[in-house]
Design a protein around this ligand. Sequence first.
Ligand code: AMP
Length: 391
Amino acid sequence: MKYLDQIDVSGKKVFVRVDFNVPMDKAGNVTDDTRIRAGLPTINYLREKKAKVIVASHLGRPKGKRVDEFSLKPVAPVLAGLLKTDVAFIDDCTGEKTHAAVNAMQPGEVILLENLRFHPGEDKNDDAFARELASLCDVYINDAFAVAHRSAASNTAITKFAPVSAAGFLLKNEIEYFNKAMKDPARPLVAIIGGAKVSDKIKLLENIIDNVDCLLVGGGMAFTFLKASGISVGNSICENDMLELARRIMDKAKAKNVRLLLPTDTLIAQAPSADAERNIVNIRDIPDGWMGLDIGPATIASFSDAVNEAKTIVWNGPLGMFELVPFSSGTFKLVDAVAQSGALSIVGGGDTDTAVHKTGKSDKISYISTGGGAFLELLEGKTLPAVAALG
Ligand code: AMP
């Protein structure tokens, strides 16, 4: 796979596929510009090299039709403000008008195209649509990691038609950090896996158990493992149809000499609500009618010790119902431990990312992935189609 800094882009028409799928309020104002900022290093580099920068993205799920609320138009002024230059908005991404706009560009200029998903060919990874997109450019750059696990015309088929294709800096970072952590890690490699359900993370667990030295399981999914070990979990979230799988993972960990740590205590409540009565109990003492909503202090201590010994840490999924303040300390204390560990640390998945940002310690984490589903699929051992297409 080629990277942006390995190809000649100066004076060229460069089509950059980004992920500017940003949240907006009802009035159409961008409420969080994180994803736009994530695309800046690539766009700024292209401008410095005097490329003509054609920026394209999806927004929401308009299902192949023009839907006003999913227009990328409000993104243009935000991008312009961040780049400190004009950004013309073109209200389509193919066709005569778009070609005319591209042909009128000067080196170093930036234009933003309308939502790629207004065309049905985008989500269908359609060759004809991809050919139209490719006809706009001399060079194609993919910098949209968050959608790299889904084949679309603008991230997969387009590479068949663009004269040159390469990964932008965001995609490069994602892949390089992931490879550093999972392909050739400094050991011990510790994985922290949490979140609500085992069923969402079966493939991930089965894949990483072959690679990690230590696996810390928290969050709601820990209760399925605990029940599979013969512990009574009360009303805690638990997937009874996953008990066999949980046993299999635990057996595999034993066979491979992987340290698998489950919670030894938990913060319980009678309901998942911030004002419910709470109690900390040993994991074997969850009373009927109560549910575990966070890991307890003994678990925080043992998980933190394991993190302290790590040279590499990969984390997906919160360790408790962290959205509610009373059940957030397990997740937040582990962010502290990871931040202080000095290990190479990679965090990914929507909720984990949110939790880290809430603690204000995100600059102490080596890398926070921008892709929820794409990051999960990498952890599952899959090759992402949009990455494979660049190969
Ligand atoms: P996931 O998307 O699989 O990473 O799951 C994230 C969700 O898991 C968050 O919304 C958490 O509130 C939830 N969660 C974490 N721990 C628990 C728990 N002990 N009981 C119920 N839900 C939990």
